[in-house]
Design a protein around this ligand. Sequence first.
Ligand code: SF4
Ligand code: SF4
Length: 282
Amino acid sequence: MKQIAIASGKGGTGKTSLTASFASLSDAILADCDVDAPNLHLILKPQIKEKIIYEGMEVAKINEKCIKCGKCEEACRFEAIENFEVIEEKCEGCGVCWLVCPANAIEMEKRVSGYIYTGNTRFGYFVYGLLMPGEEASGKLISQVRKKAEEMAKKNDKALIMIDAPPGIGCPVIASIGNTDLVVIVTEPTMAAIHDMKRVLGVAEHFRIRAVVVINKYNINEEMARKIEEFCSKEGIKVIGKIPFNKKFVEAMIKGKSIVEYDKEIADIIKEIWEKIEEMIK
Ligand code: SF4
Ligand code: SF4
């Protein structure tokens, strides 16, 4: 089984739109790992089959055995205990209060930190995670989304998993692109996007994952697009496609379609890019 991740370093480069387009051209299990703000489902419109509770961090609970000694409040460095009650939103689940409590009055409980959804779409099976606002540990949820995608691939005899990675370069991105066979980095010719593209390339290189680049909206600054190509050529990184700016990307998004379903001219460009990707992961 092969896995590819579509990453961008920065939001707004057209990554999700491109992922949906690749999805329409492939026979992959699709996994949206942008668990803080998933949006691939807005285009794929899955028929949800399963909603699985994700339990992230634990939370402390004070029970009736409490003798009101105040040791837990003193020990909690997150200031999550006040008047012998735990403020759930502040509790980091470290368990220090449980350790210091002389009355065995603290229990550590699992809490719902998010959900994993699975379903069918017009392009195949789909899984995505959604982290509750303010919750940490997105890397753990991403790992579970990827595990679910692998199970679905095995069960349905699919040879490819396509991952929509979150923007940025932190732990969620590492959790999304780690152990994949190829990372496709979608960038655009702006200083911020190039800077972030280089950072994702650094992460991919660090984890020895093959990376290629797609320049979206290349014609909004052709000089800058050329600089991206020069940089990639110097670093031995393939630029596998350049897509012109087109308002139809936004129109397609609004209508809940992939651009491949919406515009023939851009569809042809994206098909060529996809063929190169297929060739590379053979
Ligand atoms: S588990 Fe940690 S963060 Fe939560 S209340 Fe106890 S000491 Fe504070
Ligand atoms: S340490 Fe235990 S007994 Fe003391 S106030 Fe906290 S919960 Fe109550």
